[in-house]
Design a protein around this ligand. Sequence first.
Ligand SMILES: [Fe+2]
Ligand SMILES: [Fe+2]
Length: 295
Amino acid sequence: MTSPKKFTMDCSNLPAIAAPAHSGVRDTPHWTLDWIDFSRIRIETVHDNDDLFYLLVSASFVESGSDTYTRNLVAHFDTHPQIADWLQHQWEPEELQHGRALRTYVQTVWPDFDWEAAYAAFFAEYAPLCTVEELEDDRALELVARCVVETGTATYYQTLRDLTAEPVLTELAERIRLDEVQHYKHFYRYFRQLNAERGLSRARIFGALKRRLNELRTSDADIALRHAWAFRHSPAEADEMPFEQVCQRLYHRVGALLPMEQAVKMLLRPLALPHRMEHIIERPLACIARRVMTA
Ligand SMILES: [Fe+2]
Ligand SMILES: [Fe+2]
């Protein structure tokens, strides 16, 4: 899920292959909402951009609902206190902060949009879907699934950052992107720790990757987009701009810009493929993924 075209591949924050064990404790202060000067937003440059509206609103919904999800994850990792502690005390507050920052941006640029009502409608549909059963039974495989989600969000915010020249949004998207890359690194590191004991086969890891990838296009993002669309338009306007048309346009635009090679690199990492093989398959996989996204 982001005007081109100053898109650049940014691999500088990918995790090192041999990441050391880590306590999960941050050594520098995390940014806060008052670091972002929302009064500097150049509203006139983004207000009429329908794509940005949908991308920002849907992201604000999903991020704002993170606490529902965290509860299940924390319970799932109750036998791994270090992971549960990081999820509860770092990961959740950061995801919720992403939600608050994006919501503030949306409400500043589109004050007529009833964010609270639209979010309530989104949440009513979304919350019942966040169940423990939705998680991978094997905790190491759930960490692989989390790497897929964080790959999706990191590349989404990179695309969002490159879609606009509006300075506040560029700054915000970059801050969130960096957080998502850090989340990926944590999940990946924890996966390596657990898998050192589990020794899962590549076939099982690939299965978890595939299952979570299949859900990406049909899950929370779709529900969020539908409610953003429903509260954006009057019924008459909605007939002129059907939801399917909006979705198709967004997937096509974002799919064409997503840093696919970077995403593939991040997705393949848990498989620990031989370097040469990884190198050979990265580019063709990125081409296939882009075709699927823009189809
Ligand atoms: Fe986030
Ligand atoms: Fe994240």
